[in-house]
Every structure is written in C-alpha cells, then in structure tokens.
Design a protein around this ligand. Structure first.
Ligand code: C5P
Length: 413
C-alpha cells in the first residue's frame, strides 16, 4: 500500500457498528494505517457480536475503544475517552453504519461511546450505511440519512447487489478501495483546490486503421490518473478524459475517448468553464488518412500494406484559441516527452502552446517515462522559472504539479 500524503499525520476515528459488513472495516483500518493515518477504532456493542477489538488493535497498532465509562489509555489529548477521541480526529467515519446508529446520530442520542463522541466531535462526519433486505429504502432510514446529510455529513451510498441473507438490493457496503476514496474526498473538502474545476487527460490516443486495428503509443495513462487523484485530494472537482481503463479515482467524472479527434471534442467541451486543464495525454501526432469500414484482409499474394498518415489537430493549440476568445480554461498545463535537447524543445513548446506550466521529461532516461511508476521531470513556468524535481513516484510528481496549479490559481484570485 502506497503512502497517501493526505493521510500523513492525520488521526481518523473509525466507528464500527453491528453489521456483517464490519469485517470489511478491518481491511479498511489496515489500509488506512499502511497509508500513514493513525486510526482509532470505536466498536459498538453490536459490532462486537461480529468482530473483536483485538482484531482492530492488531492491524492499527493502537487501542480500540468500546466503553463509555472507562478512561482512555495514553496517546489522546485527554484521558476522557470520548473527548480525547473527538478532539484528536480529522474525520469521524462510521463504517458500516447500521439503521440503529444512523437513527441515533440523526436524533442526537448519546448512550454509548460512539454516539457521545459524535456529539463531542467538531470534525467532519462520514457515514457508510450498510444493511440487509429492504431496510435502506425504509422511510425511517431514508429520513435519518437525509437529516445527517442536511447537517453536512458525507454519505457514502451503499451499493446494489447480493446481501448475506441471499436477497438482493441496495445496502451493500462498498469495497475497501471505494471506501478509501470516499474518506479521501471527505478529508479533501478543506483542500486548496476546493471549488475549483480541473480537467485532466490521460493515455495515448488510438487512431483507427479499420474496425479492429489502430495506431497508438506506449503511454500507460498512469501519470494522468495520478494527477486526477492528486487534484481530488486537493479538493477539486475533477473530469478525467482518458483512453485507458485504469481504476478511476473515486469522485472523478470519467469521460472515455479513443482518438485525438474525440479527445479534442471532449477537452473543448469540459474545459469551457474549467479553472485548469492538464494535458498529460500522449496525443498521436498522426492518424491514418482513411479508416477502412471493413477489416483489411490479406490476400495470398499480399506482400505488405502502405498506410498514409495525416496530421492530427493539436489540442493545446485549439485550447489556446478558445482561451483567447473566452478566457477559459484559466490555466493550462502541458507535458513534453523529449528524447533530446529536452529543455530547448520544452521551452519552445511552452511558448508556442501558450502554457502556464510545462512538465518536461527525458524519455530516454531509464527511470522516467511511460510505463513505470516513477518519473523524473523538470517544471518550466511561463516566466522562465525552471524547477527540476528528483526521481519521484508518479503520485509525488502529480502532487508537486497540483501544488503549482493551486499557487497559479490562488495568484489569480
Ligand atoms: O508537441 P508535443 O506532442 O510534444 O506536445 C506535448 C503536449 O501537447 C502534451 O501536453 C500533449 O498532451 C499535447 N498535445 C496536444 N495535441 C496534439 C499533440 C500533443 O494537445 N496533437
């Protein structure tokens, strides 16, 4: 599990209530701990019918709490457990949240450690309802959830599928990766890009030859997906326009495209009111001049096939024209993958495409570029500033870029 910058040094209060889905919270507590959070767990009495405090203590390395009338051990701001837990937390996440706990939270009841702590807490509240059968659709549960949402709670909608009972419906707790994504979104609400709309492109475009073949490049899309996640972690609303099918970061609006022409249309549409466009996609410079409507067949005597390629539109040049007319998107960030004279080529690209920031990398370097999980880049600013970054994970490269985007947008305000 990769470290998550947003979670470093944060105390999360994970409250587990009495649903069979409680076993999934163990994996979540483990992943949050591995990612760098300090996870304090509260179990209700009903939760302990499914799972023990020791299970959570084993994966978090911290005490798990069950009793209202006992003093807390060390490690909290005060020995009064509910106050200490509440004061210290960046987020109170009730996962899974039963109908009973939702009703108690909505009504403000305070008869166990979780509900008393919830009243003492001033941090954001996240609830992930999970219940069997038709319970989630019951008007009483709907009302509890609405009350909590109306008070600002972050509600993770349960998924539709099979229940432990064998029945099907909406009420399943999402898997760990999804829950983690929602916790990130809840924590990001105070981030430097809150209220900002960021569009990111990812992957190599696919230029059709015939209905089954295409020309493309080695771009994996990993840098673009990492940028989308970093923008979400900073609190932005994110649209990810992509040619590849990696897991979409929770909270991103996903737009699937294939060719440069399709990406151009999507970029112009979605960046028309965006604060920033980040063009991490490897757009093919050429495409086949004609696309065969049927699969091209080989004959016994066919020795070869000649493809005529024509130029693709340059998306960033079209964005430049749109920006000159409308002022949107506010800021534009491009990438330059170069194999020689990296800085000279990157500089000229920065000016020709009217970029605010250009991320240049030398694709001949063994540790940078397409398929890997690391990248070594230089950030070039419109004012001539150059910032070489050390070899970093694509995640950390993305966070550095997003910091720069936030600074550019803050300077506009
Ligand atoms: O000109 P070059 O392809 O090296 O520039 C790279 C930058 O331009 C990247 O940000 C890429 O997404 C963008 N690009 C584009 N349209 C193209 C080719 C590249 O927007 N047709």
């Amino acid at each position: 599990m990769e470290a998550i910058t947003l979670l470093q040094g944060k105390r999360l209060l994970l409250a587990v209530t009495g649903s069979i889905a409680a076993y999934k919270s163990v994996d979540l507590a483990s992943k949050l701990t591995q990612a760098g959070a300090q996870v304090d767990v509260i179990l209700t009495a009903a939760a302990q019918a499914f799972i023990t405090p020791l299970t959570f203590e084993a994966v978090t390395g911290r005490p798990a709490y069950t009793a209202l009338w006992e003093s807390a051990g060390g490690g909290l701001p005060t020995h009064i457990a509910h106050v200490g837990l509440a004061e210290a937390a960046a987020l109170l996440a009730v996962i899974p949240a039963t109908a009973n706990t939702l009703a108690k939270l909505a009504a403000g009841l305070a008869d166990d450690l979780l509900t008393v702590t919830a009243l003492a807490a001033r941090c954001p509240l996240l609830v992930a309802p999970a219940m069997d059968g038709g319970m989630y659709a019951h008007p009483a549960v709907v009302a509890s959830v609405q009350t909590l949402a109306g008070r600002g709670a972050y509600v993770v909608a349960p998924e539709t599928g099979r229940f432990a009972s064998g029945l099907s419906g909406q009420g399943r707790l999402p898997e760990t990766a999804t829950l983690l994504g929602h916790i990130r979104l809840a924590l990001a609400q105070a981030g430097p890009l809150r209220g900002r709309q960021i569009v990111v492109t990812a992957g190599g475009t696919r230029e059709a030859i015939d209905p089954v073949r295409f020309v493309s490049n080695h771009s994996s899309g990993k840098q673009g997906y990492a940028l989308a996640q970093a923008a979400l972690d900073a609190g932005a609303t994110v649209t990810l326009i992509s040619t590849v099918g990696l897991p979409v970061p929770v909270g991103a609006q996903f737009v699937a495209v294939d060719s440069a022409a399709a990406m151009l249309a999507a970029v112009l549409e979605h960046s028309a009111r965006a604060d920033a466009l980040i063009m991490a996609a490897a757009v093919a410079d050429f495409r086949p001049g004609t696309v065969a409507t049927q699969k091209i067949k080989k004959q016994e005597d066919t020795a070869g096939l000649t493809l005529e390629l024509v130029r693709n539109p340059d998306i960033l040049l079209q964005v430049k024209a749109q920006r000159e007319q409308t002022g949107w998107p506010r800021r534009v960030i491009g990438f330059a993958a170069e194999s020689e004279q990296v800085l000279a080529h990157a500089q000229s690209k920065l000016h020709r495409k009217a970029l605010d920031l250009l991320v240049a990398n030398d694709i001949t370097a063994p540790d940078a570029g397409f398929a890997g999980d690391t990248n070594r880049v230089i950030l070039l600013a419109a004012d001539g500033g150059q910032t070489p970054l050390p070899l970093l994970s694509k995640t950390l490269v993305s966070e550095a870029i997003i910091d720069r985007v936030a600074a550019l947008l803050a300077a506009d305000a």
